[in-house]
Design a binder for this molecule. Structure first.
Ligand code: PLP
Ligand code: ZN
Length: 388
């Protein structure tokens, strides 16, 4: 047994508690996400982390996997927090950092969440899983399921860059290409699932969030437990945004930090920005975006995130904001970033960079603040989006 403080699942919306020893997807009373809760006391301290492996599993007390043998790991997490020294000086920013997730297994931060979900599925004896994906989640599920000996069923929009399909198939997954966007892929998946596949759609199972929250722990640890003033996050389903915010509150309860100054920013694309619109309309949930336009930032094209209330809550609680970016700005930002820092970042990461510049220009971000940008994945699987 691992020392582990995982205690129960709870619906954040209606408060219903769910037994951690049974398999759950989401709250059956109101169709809202379930959140993992822990006994957060300070029996273990941040000093215990010192000699641990450079993966997300270094925080295992705060993760839901009970037996080490169920851990399905390909070395995910503990990615670098890079100092963007040249851009810092160009934009007169006292601290500008990039949490670079591109080196994760299968090339994106989806590895964190999927590693956790597949580990928990193994712990529960699940033998088949399914997911609708814009690409990266499918690659990750295929890889972790291969390692776990679980069958993976992947549903992706037809226009998904083709390396993703190859990636999934080479790892033994069953891939279905669907006409339309990720919501259409999800619909097709549900129509083919006879109930024997465990559905790991974003926030429709509780554990991808637990994997993604480790970015919050890492950012804190890499900044010597002093949180940044602003974090910009490229938001599709919002798991990372919600997860980082959850991690900060857990660390506060553990007394690892005593203050949460961070304002969280959701960044979306102009062609599908339901979070941005709903935020500016001061709504507590997200209005579905009709007819999302194709974009080079595939990961951001989510017309109606399932965890919408948690996304909105995170933005309001943190005094954050939401902003959207055009494909043109993404392309321009990508070149500037590459020429200046020597990093060819993903379109999603570049959207975050463009958002930083806009928020700096309007003084929503001040010169003396510390800012963390997220580059959520590697660009190299979808460079085909960038030719023309
Ligand atoms: C999935 C994905 C996103 C969006 O992440 P969410 O946590 O679902 O909001 C952003 N960038 C990349 C590269 C992705 O693959
Ligand atoms: Zn509920």
């Amino acid at each position: 047994m691992l020392t582990n403080e995982y205690s129960y699942l709870r619906c954040d919306h209606c408060g219903e508690i769910y037994d951690k020893n049974q398999i759950h997807s989401f709250c059956l009373k109101d169709n809202q996400p379930l959140i993992a809760y822990y006994n957060l006391h300070n029996h273990f301290s941040k000093n215990d982390l010192q000699d641990r492996s450079a993966t997300m599993w270094r925080y295992h007390e705060l993760l839901p996997i009970e037996k080490e043998e169920n851990r399905i790991s390909l070395g995910e997490g503990f990615t670098p927090l890079l100092a963007l020294s040249k851009l810092e000086s160009t934009y007169n920013q006292s601290r500008l950092l990039l949490k670079d997730e591109s080196g994760n297994p299968t090339g994106s931060f989806k590895a964190r969440g999927i590693s956790m979900a597949v580990s928990k599925a193994k712990e529960h004896g699940i033998t088949a899983m399914c997911i609708p994906t814009a690409g990266n989640a499918g690659s990750a599920l295929s890889a972790y399921c291969a390692k776990a000996g679980i069958k993976a069923h992947i549903f992706m929009p037809k226009e998904t860059p083709k390396t993703f399909q190859l990636d999934c198939e080479i790892m033994g997954a069953n891939v279905t290409k669907v006409k339309g966007n990720i919501a259409d892929a999800a619909r097709m998946m549900r129509s083919q699932n006879d109930g024997s596949w465990f559905d790991v759609s974003t926030l429709q199972e509780p554990f991808r969030l637990e994997g993604k929250k480790t970015m919050g722990y890492e950012i804190a640890e890499q900044l010597q437990w002093k949180l940044p003033d602003v974090i910009l996050y490229p938001t599709g389903g919002g798991t990372g945004l919600i997860g980082i915010w959850k991690a900060f509150f857990e660390m506060k309860a553990l007394q690892w930090i005593n203050h949460i100054p961070t304002r969280m920013v959701a960044v979306q694309g102009d062609g599908c920005n339901p979070v941005v619109t709903s935020f500016h309309n001061e709504m507590d949930h997200v209005q579905k975006y009709e007819n999302p336009a194709p974009t080079i930032a595939n990961g951001l094209r989510v017309p109606k995130p399932f965890g919408d209330r948690l996304i909105m809550k995170t933005l309001y609680e943190s005094n954050g904001t939401a902003i959207s970016i055009s494909d043109h700005e993404i392309r321009e930002g990508m070149q500037e970033f590459a020429k200046s820092e020597g990093l060819f970042i993903s379109p999603e990461g570049s959207a975050v960079w463009a958002a930083y510049k806009k928020l700096k220009q309007t003084h929503w971000i001040k010169d003396n603040e510390s800012v963390v940008l997220l580059n959520t994945g590697s660009v190299y699987k979808y460079t085909e989006n960038l030719y023309s």
